[in-house]
Design a protein around this ligand. Structure first.
Ligand code: ATP
Length: 428
């Protein structure tokens, strides 16, 4: 049996993953595998932060228990195997409703929680659509009415969209995130302690998006939520090892944590080489730079770009910082694969693979070979001396390019949750 939940938090506080953590604890003995943190369309206007929704599988017939987290210092166990399906909504419904009731951000127009129980998983297309499109609320309500065993919504109930899409996710590509909590607000961690924890994470090859090249640590939330830190990895064993190393120095951060299975860092939202591109969809397309990069108001960078199906601009915004400095060196004729989402007809860049750097030649007007005078351009590659009218041709020198073929991406803090860091390329 699957439970989905979403949209419990607001910018002022809370966190849907914390609600999922509490539910995992309360119904611990029935858990199957990991609870799942599923990121959906990053271009949705209603999202609070990262458009994440939670789904958890429960069974009365689970077996082969293993460790996935701790609650108040005691292990939360899950079942690696599910030996049969049956419905036990009556036991889970009240605890799940009570947790949401207690923890959702009330009186916030933009917080519209939902809780749904399904015996059958919705088709995968429901997940795929929620990555690409803006889903109509009524469409999801209708699905829940006909196919769920039970659902409840608060406010206008927009969370039903994410709840169902999260259950519909089949993890082809998957990663893991260990999230450590302190309720109601994650502890303030000093810069020195952040550095130490960051370095423990970076010491393992399997982690990603922990620290950028400038040594900025990206594990700690910028806003005040119950999250102390979140560590991302391709391996959950490694996350447990890292957590036990952190616990030796900071036992207080080892009291409440859980490992989520996620679609973060998988590029699941990207459609490669589409026939056409729609607003708010995310794509990878190959094309050619057709104009000079220019900076706009607020520091964003815009680069004219053409593919076989569209003439557009690649956009890199201010938070992508030094990524823009690299892109500023692109020149007409450069060939690249761009990854990003369509917004207002432009591609908002997530990363690029620069596959061809054009050779640029600068024309040098000749000095007259007869009298040494200055020459003027007559067109058609012919110059004439302004003193003696002798005609000659210009020479060309190749410009030094300040960019090389290769893969480029923004610093860790400016990456989208779903975006696959180049580090993970080839992993899946
Ligand atoms: P956090 O990351 O802190 O959990 P959030 O960024 O996930 O917050 P939510 O509070 O969950 O933001 O709000 C996102 C809302 O958008 C939810 O109600 C969700 O159901 C809805 N939603 C998600 N994907 C889509 C989609 N493709 N189309 C329309 N609505 C969507």
């Amino acid at each position: 049996m699957w439970v989905g939940l979403d949209d419990t938090d607001s910018r002022e506080g809370g966190c849907t993953t914390y609600v999922g953590f509490l539910l995992s604890h309360v119904a611990g003995e029935f858990l199957v595998q990991f609870p799942r943190l599923v990121r959906l369309n990053p271009n949705i206007s209603y999202k609070t932060r990262g458009n994440g929704a939670i789904s958890i599988q429960f069974s009365r017939k689970g077996s082969s228990p293993f460790r996935i987290g701790k609650f108040d210092g005691k292990w939360i166990m899950s079942n690696a195997r599910n030996d049969g399906e049956d419905s036990f909504i009556d036991e889970l419904r009240a605890p799940a409703e009570n947790i949401i009731e207690k923890h959702y951000a009330k009186d916030q127009e933009n917080t519209n929680p939902a809780l749904v129980f399904c015996m059958e998983r919705p088709p995968e297309s429901l997940y795929r659509n929620a990555l690409q499109r803006e889903i109509d609320l009524e469409e999801s309500m209708e699905y829940a009415r006909y196919h769920s065993s039970f659902f409840r919504t608060w406010g206008i109930g927009r969370g039903i969209i994410g709840s169902l899409a999260s259950i519909a996710w089949r993890p082809g590509r998957r990663t893991y995130e260990l999230i450590s909590y302190s309720y109601p607000h994650g502890d303030r961690v000093s810069d020195r302690d952040k550095q130490i924890i960051g370095e423990i994470c970076e010491s393992r090859e399997e982690t990603f998006n922990s620290m950028d090249s400038q040594k900025h640590i990206a594990l700690f939330p910028r806003e005040r939520t119950p999250v102390i830190y979140g560590i991302r990895s391709t391996s959950y064993d490694v996350l447990l090892e890292i957590q036990s190393r952190i616990a030796e120095i900071y036992p207080q951060y080892d009291m409440n944590f859980i490992i989520y299975e996620t679609n973060q860092g998988t590029d699941d939202h990207i459609i490669h080489d589409p026939d056409s591109m729609e607003e708010s969809g995310s794509y990878s397309v190959q094309g050619t730079v057709v104009g000079m990069p220019s900076r706009g108001i607020g520091g964003h960078l815009s680069i004219p770009f053409s593919t076989t199906c569209v003439n557009t601009n690649l956009m890199a915004f201010e938070p992508s910082k030094e990524f823009r400095n690299v892109l500023e060196n692109l020149r007409p004729g450069d060939i690249l694969r761009a990854y990003g989402s369509m917004g207002k007809g432009n591609i908002k860049l997530e990363k690029i693979d620069l596959m061809g750097v054009s050779e640029i030649y600068r024309r040098i007007p000749p000095i007259c070979g007869v009298c040494g005078g200055k020459t003027m351009n007559l067109g058609r590659n012919v110059y004439e001396c302004m003193e003696c009218s002798h005609r000659s041709n210009p020479t060309y020198s190749r410009e030094e390019r300040n960019i090389h073929m290769g893969k480029y991406e923004p610093p860790v803090n400016a990456r989208r949750h779903l975006s696959m860091p180049w580090k993970l390329e080839g992993y899946f």
